[in-house]
Design a protein. Structure first.
Length: 49
């Protein structure tokens, strides 16, 4: 049987201390790398065409 004094204490307030700024910068850097690579390959293709 459940004992009333042994209930888990749940916190209803959420602490949003994690910052997603590093994640956003990483995503932008990967996207920039992909765009630069794609443009480079495209110009190489057009040059040899």
């Amino acid at each position: 049987m459940a004992q009333p004094g042994l209930q888990k204490k749940t916190s209803t307030k959420t602490e949003d201390t994690s910052s997603l700024k590093g994640t956003l910068i990483s995503v932008f850097l990967v996207g920039l790398f992909l765009i630069i690579t794609w443009v480079g390959v495209f110009y190489l293709f057009m040059d040899r065409f």
